[in-house]
Design a protein around this ligand. Sequence first.
Ligand code: HMG
Ligand code: MG
Length: 300
Amino acid sequence: MELPQSVEIIEVGPRDGLQNESNFVPTQVKNEFIIALWRAGFKEMEITSFVSPKWVPQMKDAAEVMRVSGDHQGTIVLTPNKRGIDAALASGAKAVAVFIGVSSSFNQKNINKTTEEALDGLLPHIRSLKEDGIFVRACISTAFHCPYEGEIAPADTLALCRVLSDAGVDELSVADTIGKATPKESFSLFTLLKKELPEVLMAAHFHDTRKMALANIYASLCAGITRFDASAGGLGGCPFAPGASGNAATEDVVYMLHRMGIDTGVDLNLLNEAIRIVEPHVSRELDSWYYQSYKEEQSS
Ligand code: HMG
Ligand code: MG
């Protein structure tokens, strides 16, 4: 099996991780967390989202987060609509992530639109962002399973990815929103997507609800994926996808890849120090294997 010598980790903890927190993490803590994560060596990071504060109050400080931590060239922000895009651009964003699910039921809950309505709304924005020279990432939710509709046909995921790729997005981040995909499904879908859409950057985004995220990352590596979203401390989830617990914990992903001789450019000690900054402010236990063993070592 030929594996890559290096992979890119797109850190999504400050966005996916903190959007699902029951507590509002203070803006200053978010900024310290993000700055510490940049220091750990990430080249790309979703740092916040310009969404409705009525829907996701945890992201209401997006402009302030951008003002303090947004000048790194790898900064990405999530946006759901024109208003979010305008605010993101006004804050200096050079890379924007738009998001849409394959399943209409999920989109109705997440953005109050069907898949068709959401796509109709997105396509002109994508074209105009590309005219402005902005890097566009499209996050594809429920690519494998939907909490409301069940299993998603790979052909439907491919069809949505194809429309977005044809519209000119630079990257597709294909997500197992509720952490239900098996390594077999991941290998199969990513093999299909790589074959059918070879010209677009492709990332894999796994939630770890059923503890299969690492196995899915390995299966996706075998299918030729070299870009992975992951979240420091394993934080994460979507407030509108019941059963979507944390993302693949970045520190466990990096540890596994380094042990396999695959470079990520991430310093694990600095990553753990970044997690320490946010840990006292989140409601859940950060129980990734690598972070737990780091803490045990520190206290012995
Ligand atoms: P809506 O209620 O249909 O639309 O929400 P609206 O236009 O009536 O807006 C509602 C209110 O929000 C209005 O305020 C708007 O002005 C305001 P009011 O007039 O009532 O005072 N508003 C905004 N405020 C700030 N920024 C904006 C914005 N837009 C409207 N951009 C809407 C539609 C799309 C806005 C809403 O549903 C929304 O914000 N949804 C976001 C949901 C979300 O953030 N989900 C998590 C991210 S996706 C995810 O996590 C999945 C991913 O990780 C991959 C995976 O794992 O699957 C990416
Ligand atoms: Mg997610």
